[in-house]
Design a protein around this ligand. Structure first.
Ligand code: DGY
Length: 323
């Protein structure tokens, strides 16, 4: 039996690419440049499976490939808002993702952003590197205390829970959350988290707000001007979910007007483009979508795609099937 043909759209950790070759006739993207829409469509026409990631728009045009050879989309990543699931289903494609393995890495990064923006880490680093530091003084670059403050989580799924765990048990924070589908009461209790009836209640009560909801159509611009205005003045926003959950221009305005104190952002509405108003602001910390970017996690994500693909081609149900 010939090995199934797969197209991997971006470079993966070498260890995983080596394993893929053992099981598949694998085509890699050696220069790691994003594929064009035409190249993606062509991949669906030539391969049995396509392994995309968040930078690939797997839309109806791409999935309209004729003839269509692919039967599996093995997404490298937990989020799949870049894949048109309805179009995939309509063309008989199975779609898988990589949950669980990136939970800790992403929660760690959310805490890193929260601490960095509260304690002015980016600003302080620029200060030292630019040679502007003249020495210690009692009023220099005072930030905001994190320990003991209130953290509001929008979404208490896997990553939200891991952030609650760190914040409550590590930093003694009071943790509030809003989630229309909350975890069981014993889980909520073990995290020391308290449910709020509405998202606005969380915003009004929190010193820090961290977003952990999926990028569904309903959640687009969930944090719009009105909701940003519900946040406490002096509060901070952290986003490690998806960029379009926040109305980026409304956020720029809220930051510029001092309506909120700062933001720690790992994701942006039009990646890799970042609004000028954010690039120019001192009170934001900006990262290039690094939530899952540890060697351990990226290897585990790749191996999870591999497991799903092996199951699929052996006629078993892939464990992470989303469509
Ligand atoms: C994810 O897994 O969704 C990360 O954001 C990278 O795509």
């Amino acid at each position: 039996m010939p090995k199934p043909k797969i197209v991997v759209t971006r470079r993966w950790p070498e260890e995983v690419e080596t394993k893929l070759v053992e099981h598949f006739d694998a085509e890699f993207n050696h220069d790691d440049a994003p594929l064009s829409e035409a190249e993606l469509r062509d991949a669906f026409a030539r391969a049995d499976a396509v392994m995309p990631t968040v930078t690939d728009a797997i839309n109806a045009a791409v999935l309209g490939a004729e003839p269509l050879r692919a039967r599996l989309i093995g997404n490298f990543g937990v989020g799949f808002n870049h894949v048109d699931l309805e179009a995939a289903r309509a063309r008989g494609l199975v779609v898988t993702n990589t949950p669980e393995v990136l939970t800790d890495a992403t929660a760690d990064l959310a805490m890193a952003l929260l601490l960095a923006v509260a304690r002015r880490v980016g600003e302080g680093e620029r200060h030292v590197r630019d040679g502007r530091w003249t020495g210690w003084r009692p009023t220099h670059m005072m930030g905001t205390q994190v320990s003991g403050k209130t953290l509001g989580l929008i979404g208490l799924g896997r990553i939200g829970r891991a952030v609650a765990q760190r914040a409550h048990h590590g930093f003694g924070m009071r943790v509030l959350f809003f989630d229309p589908f909350p975890p069981p009461a014993n889980v909520v209790e073990s995290l020391g988290a308290q449910p709020c009836a509405t998202l606005e209640d969380v915003l009004r009560e929190s010193d820090f707000v961290s977003l952990h909801c999926p990028a569904t159509a309903e959640n687009r611009h969930l944090m719009n001007a009105e909701r940003l205005a519900c946040m406490r003045s002096g509060a901070f926003l952290v986003n490690t979910a998806r960029g379009d959950v926040v109305d980026e221009s409304a956020l720029v305005e809220a930051l510029a007007s001092g309506r909120i104190a700062g933001a720690g952002l790992d994701v942006f509405e039009h990646e890799p483009r970042v609004s000028a108003g954010l690039l120019e602001a001192e009170n934001v910390v900006l990262l290039p979508h690094l939530g899952s970017a540890t060697v351990e996690t990226r290897v585990a994500m790749g191996l999870r795609v591999l497991d799903n693909a092996l199951a699929f081609f052996e006629g078993r149900e892939p464990r992470d099937r989303v469509a």
